[in-house]
Design a protein around this ligand. Structure first.
Ligand SMILES: [Fe+2]
Length: 283
């Protein structure tokens, strides 16, 4: 197995491993270590059956269902989601920087995507390392976020989508604001690496706890701009058979919606942290 870093701070490509046949527990432990170090790992040219893909996901934790009525799931496998954009569709899921499930009290640990149909160009996904972003925050910003908590709201994401596309129903149907907002510390300690991470994102975070959006936005926008510095993110070009696995506790991602006229289909798994994982602490 070979590990090649994608950029200085985020992403690693793991090659010379066939996930369809590898059953060596040490190999998967090593993959997980590479994930913790790089926030996201990539594999190429994998040929995975549905069963084998599910097995891959289960090696890292319990697979959970999103329970979204607008996302299709595989027949007989409700934990395997089909993220498909048709050639004539306009809306794309995830074209805003976000952390999966940050609006939930107990967000998932990781997300896995496996490409089964990709456009000839476009449809890349960007990944940012929010631990690296915290490390490089100027001291005044580190001071400014100390002890703050932020509100993560699904309704805010829908409102932004409505403003951008003019027609959120196309994407979300009647599922708007399916869950209530929740709050998380702005700086959390990653439960496994011990690193501090910035835990706010542009899709779900409109304000700090105890502050209005107007009061919160100037600082939030500074944090968002900082995370989006090119040093902190990488861009992944999908091919059929590519697989990406990211750690939502220390990553943002962004699905670029620039492939109108082509279909794109991904199979998604959502992994809950192992039961023994201690809760991320506030600092
Ligand atoms: Fe996402």
């Amino acid at each position: 197995m070979k590990v090649q870093k994608v950029t200085g701070y985020v992403g690693a490509t793991i090659s010379e491993v066939d996930l369809a046949t590898c059953d060596d527990a040490d190999t998967y432990r090593y993959i997980y270590r590479v994930l913790l170090e790089n926030a996201v790992v990539f594999f190429r040219d994998q040929e995975l059956s549905i069963e084998r893909y599910l097995e891959f996901g289960r090696r890292f934790g319990e697979l959970i269902r999103n329970n979204s009525p607008v996302i299709r799931t595989m027949a007989d496998h409700p934990e395997l989601e089909i993220i498909r954009k048709e050639a004539d569709a306009i809306s794309n899921i995830g074209d805003e920087w976000h952390t999966d499930q940050s609006h939930r009290p107990d967000p998932c640990m990781g997300t896995i995507l496996y490409a089964v149909e990709v456009p000839s160009h476009g449809g890349d996904t960007l990944f940012a390392n929010t631990a690296a972003a915290y490390d490089s925050l100027p001291d005044d910003l580190k001071q400014a976020v100390r002890g703050l908590r932020a509100v993560h709201s699904p309704e805010y994401l829908l409102r932004q989508t409505a403003e951008r596309t003019g027609d959120p129903d196309k994407l979300f149907g009647s599922t708007r604001a399916t869950s209530r907002p929740t709050t998380h510390p702005v700086v959390r300690v990653h439960p496994e690496t011990g690193r501090k991470v910035l835990y706010v994102n542009p899709a779900y975070t409109e304000n700090f706890e105890g502050q209005t959006p107007e009061q919160s936005q100037p600082l939030l926008q500074r944090l968002f701009s900082h995370v989006q510095r090119p040093e902190h993110y990488c861009r992944f070009r999908w091919r059929k058979g590519s697989l990406a696995f990211w750690d939502n506790r220390q990553a943002w991602h962004y699905a670029v919606n620039d492939y109108h006229g082509s279909a794109r289909e991904m199979r998604r798994l959502i992994v809950r942290a192992p039961a023994h994982e201690p809760l991320a602490q506030a600092v």
